[in-house]
Design a protein around this ligand. Sequence first.
Ligand SMILES: [Zn+2]
Ligand SMILES: [Zn+2]
Length: 141
Amino acid sequence: MSLNVANCDRCGKVYVKNIHGLCPNCIKDLERQYERCIKYLRENRQCTIQELSDATEVPIKQIVRFIREGRISIKNNPNMTYHCEVCGAPIRENLMCEPCRARLAKDASMLKEDEERRKEQEKQKDRGSAYKIKERLQDRL
Ligand SMILES: [Zn+2]
Ligand SMILES: [Zn+2]
């Protein structure tokens, strides 16, 4: 027997599982927060994320989630930015700023290169020792 219940990701209450991972109360609550944000953004084109959060009482973290989920568009709100997850620079899309993304991509390819270099070195070492054995054998002959 499996109980089809879980703890809400947001408020921790037990609820009957659904695809949102949230209890019905939180879903409704989020919906209201979302609507408040949309309305405020429409009426206050120049607002910052801090102003939006203060005015709507929606936590910045939640606003950022809305933006990342693509539910809130900030195209028309030039002052709306949030922080890059790595360096904290103001960004308007994705998780990270451009330089951090470029650096991360470089790190990833460097890791791969390192790995390949290491494998190559190991191969060389194997070849080297095989060669030495042959030499040693030849010495004995
Ligand atoms: Zn909840
Ligand atoms: Zn960054």
